[in-house]
Design a binder for this molecule. Structure first.
Ligand SMILES: Cc1ncc(COP(=O)(O)O)c(C=O)c1O
Length: 387
């Protein structure tokens, strides 16, 4: 059967594939050291689960309004105002099935065939595929190691053409863990605004920042920037709610309305009773988040120290998210082969850098137990020593 040309060219998510392979090996009784997971290893906090269970018991089991339960949209708008200094009306918030779905809605709403979207590289691997599915064209701008894997305003300026519609920013970043400073973000955003681009700001890792670094919402930097910014966030990472599938975006009314229409004919609103859990997440105590972030920080410090002590490995110290992105170029093996060999020889699962746009790197998630990290580093040392 002849498939749709846009869908035919799409690569399935390699992070999910590696994770599935490692989980399969573990299920077969092998002692796999997994670093692939893009999700917190903690359970969803109890008060959030209880709120969803209560909603379920109370019969909140019918279709929710397409754009999300109004109480949740109000809670999101309040959170964005208080924590991020972004003043959106609840009507400007569209709740979807995860931030991934929010991003998909945005690119579908925004792109015409051939429209260009600038993606700083290394990037989260779903961005280019989503842009392509929407008929757009991803344009990559490389963040060099010498600049902490960040892109510079001149590079952005040089990549803009009459077809450019948007710039994606993801700070803190998956896969690099880099975090733009306020001044760096402002300089990039000013270029985007001057050239009439939308800024799609994926802030899903905003809570995971370390060493006193702050995660800044780009839309809060000036009224002009705010007007052109679409802020994306979700519940998966901060509240360990990956399986709940809840995310949202807030932005200019035209993009919210278009995304809403699209959602109304595709998925409709996300799960109704899950949304009551999300309200509890935003309105309830936040010490659960702080505890998770403290644990991630300890692991980050340890993992980075061990990695850079391995001869031949270099690694920018991440200031956010829960990933490290070491450079393995000195071993002369491309990232996919490196990851395959590591899984084969040492039963250690990492994600190759290639689908993130960086074939000289591998990604390790430290959303896993400290004992896993200790054992993994011993395996990696042994593996590269034998290369
Ligand atoms: C950068 C980034 N954005 C968005 C998402 C999507 O998260 P979710 O759809 O679970 O809300 C992820 C998940 O891995 C991510 O890493």
């Amino acid at each position: 059967m002849e498939l749709n040309v846009r869908v035919k060219g799409i690569a399935p998510s390699l992070t999910l594939a590696i994770d599935a392979k490692a989980k399969g090996m573990a299920a077969a009784g092998e002692k796999v050291c997994g670093f692939g997971a893009g999700e917190p290893d903690f359970d969803t906090p109890e008060h959030i689960k209880e709120a969803a269970a209560k909603a379920l018991k109370e019969g909140k089991t019918k279709y929710a309004p397409n754009d999300g339960v109004m109480e949740l949209r109000i809670a999101v708008a309040e959170k964005l105002a208080q924590e991020n200094k972004l003043s959106y009306k609840p009507e400007q918030v569209l709740v979807s099935n995860g931030a991934k779905h929010s991003l998909y809605n945005i690119f579908m709403a925004m792109c015409n065939d051939g429209d260009e979207v600038i993606i700083p590289s290394p990037y989260w691997l779903s961005y280019p595929e989503m842009v392509r599915m929407a008929g757009g064209k991803p344009v990559f701008v490389r963040g060099h190691e010498a600049n902490g894997l960040k892109i510079l305003p001149d590079q952005l300026e040089a990549a803009i053409t009459p077809r450019t519609r948007a710039l994606i920013l993801n700070s803190p970043s998956n896969p690099t863990g880099m975090v733009y400073t306020r001044a760096e973000l402002k300089a990039l955003a000013e270029v985007a605004v001057r050239r009439g681009l939308y800024i799609v700001s994926d802030e899903i890792y905003e809570r995971m920042v370390y060493d006193g670094v702050e995660a800044v919402s780009v839309g809060a930097l000036s009224p002009e920037i705010f007007k052109q910014t679409i802020t994306v966030n979700g519940f998966s990472k901060p509240y360990a709610m990956t399986g709940w599938r809840l995310g949202y975006y807030a932005g200019p009314m035209e993009i919210v309305k278009a995304g809403s229409a699209l959602q109304s004919h595709s998925t409709s609103a996300p799960n109704t009773f899950a949304q009551y859990g999300a309200i509890a997440a935003l309105r309830g105590p936040q010490d659960c988040v702080r505890r998770m972030v403290e644990a991630f920080d300890q692991r980050r410090q340890y993992l980075h120290k061990r990695l850079v002590s391995i001869p031949g490995v270099t690694c920018v110290k991440p200031a956010g998210a829960f990933y490290v992105f070491p450079n393995i170029a000195s071993f002369g093996v491309a990232s996919i082969r490196f990851a395959e060999l590591l899984l084969e020889k040492e039963k250690m699962a990492v994600v190759p850098g290639l689908p993130f746009g960086a074939d000289e790197n591998i990604r390790l998630s430290y959303a896993c137990a400290m004992s896993n990290i200790e054992e993994g580093m011993t395996r990696l040392e042994r593996f590269v020593a034998a290369m």
